[in-house]
Design a protein around this ligand. Structure first.
Ligand SMILES: NC(=O)C1=CN([C@@H]2O[C@H](COP(=O)(O)OP(=O)(O)OC[C@H]3O[C@@H](n4cnc5c(N)ncnc54)[C@H](OP(=O)(O)O)[C@@H]3O)[C@@H](O)[C@H]2O)C=CC1
Ligand SMILES: CC(=O)N[C@@H](CCC(=O)OP(=O)(O)O)C(=O)O
Length: 308
């Protein structure tokens, strides 16, 4: 029998992309809410409680409200794409490749918190080196990133595209999160296995989908003797045996003069590059903020849960 899936927030940016990815599938039955009823609490509550898996594509507060609608229900499983539960130990963190047992945790979980787009890149770069003891506790980790503007949902999309709005943004590229307290920092710290918060500086470019996340490192400050090759070998081994997170061979990355933030738009994979050489390396993750950074990961997690 087809599994019943309800996407609460199906008319938003992340929800629509999940719906598109499931359109041709016969193994799932999508329970749908009409656009004009999308904020109707009674209808949402009925649909959430009728699903095998509810995928929440809502702002944090609305996600918490949706989870509250499941009081007394012990069967519906939840994937939440918001920030609300990402560092909650009762929820499995939905980044299947982040360590060897994570896919199994997701498969067996009732509650799965889908990672943020920036944390997917940052954790993907940092966690293997922290797990191996190569980035010491004292290392001052910094993360710089650029996202496509769909990362800000319907509101930012309208601000970027609609010139008639009072709050129209005409910049080609802007920094934000200038107080260095972006909502993703706790998630990067926890799942990056960092003993203190990294400095995270996000930015947005005038392109809809795509993302680059950079973690530059001083090799001499790492634990043990390291060079570009040894860091690359460690990451390659860490991500061996699956094909969603791909470590780009040094021969390929070494021949690049530029890296395009939009390269993986429309794809659900993430590529990891080890640039640099000499005294420094720059670890870079390239992904689609709506792919492995949101909707692609949600569908991957749903598939894991359905395979339990
Ligand atoms: N966009 C991205 O790249 C990523 C987004 N996320 C997260 O995914 C979640 C959804 O984001 P995104 O799709 O970008 O946002 P959007 O603003 O594009 O979509 C959110 C949807 O939720 C609906 N909604 C808002 N409040 C309520 C409510 N109280 N009850 C029912 N429906 C409601 C909105 O309705 P209305 O049309 O009326 O506003 C809209 O359809 C957020 O938590 C976001 O942080 C995570 C990773 C990446
Ligand atoms: C470009 C942009 O605005 N991006 C969003 C994060 C996108 C994302 O990962 O969303 P959640 O963590 O909210 O689920 C932001 O910085 O708030």
């Amino acid at each position: 029998m087809a599994a019943k899936i309800f996407i609460d927030g199906e008319h938003g940016t992340t929800g629509l992309q999940i719906r598109t990815r499931m359109a041709e599938r016969r193994d799932v039955e999508l329970l749908s809410i009409p656009h004009e009823e999308r904020r109707n609490p009674k209808m949402r509550e009925d649909l959430i409680n009728s699903a095998d898996i509810a995928i929440l594509c809502l702002p944090d507060d609305a996600s918490r409200e949706a989870v509250g609608m499941l009081a007394g229900n012990n069967s519906v499983r939840v994937i939440d794409t918001s920030t609300a539960y990402r560092v909650n130990p009762d929820w499995a963190y939905g980044f299947a490749e982040m360590d060897k047992d994570q896919a199994e945790r997701i498969r067996g979980a009732r509650y799965v918190a889908n990672p943020g787009c920036y944390p997917t890149g940052a954790i993907g770069l940092i966690r293997p080196l922290r797990a191996a003891g190569i980035i010491p506790d004292s290392y001052p980790v910094t993360i710089n990133a650029v996202s496509g503007y769909t990362g800000g949902g319907k509101n930012l999309i309208a601000q970027m595209e609609d010139k008639s709005r009072d709050d129209h943004i005409d910049a080609q590229h802007f920094l934000y999160g200038l107080n260095l307290a972006h909502k993703h920092v706790p998630e990067m710290t926890t799942h990056g296995l960092l003993p203190r918060a990294p400095i995270f500086s996000p930015s947005v470019g005038r392109f809809p989908q795509g993302m680059l996340v950079q973690v530059p490192l001083y090799l001499e400050e790492l634990e043990g003797e390291h060079n570009q090759e040894s860091i690359h070998a460690l990451l390659s081994e860490y991500y061996a045996g699956q094909d969603i997170v791909r470590v780009v061979p040094l021969a390929e990355s070494g021949s690049l003069a530029r890296l395009n933030a939009e390269e993986l738009a429309g794809q659900d994979i993430m590529k990891i590059y080890v640039f640099g050489g000499g005294a420094h390396v720059n670890l870079v993750a390239q992904l689609d903020n709506l792919g492995k950074g949101a909707s692609g990961a949600a569908v991957q997690n749903m598939d894991l849960m359905l395979s339990a």
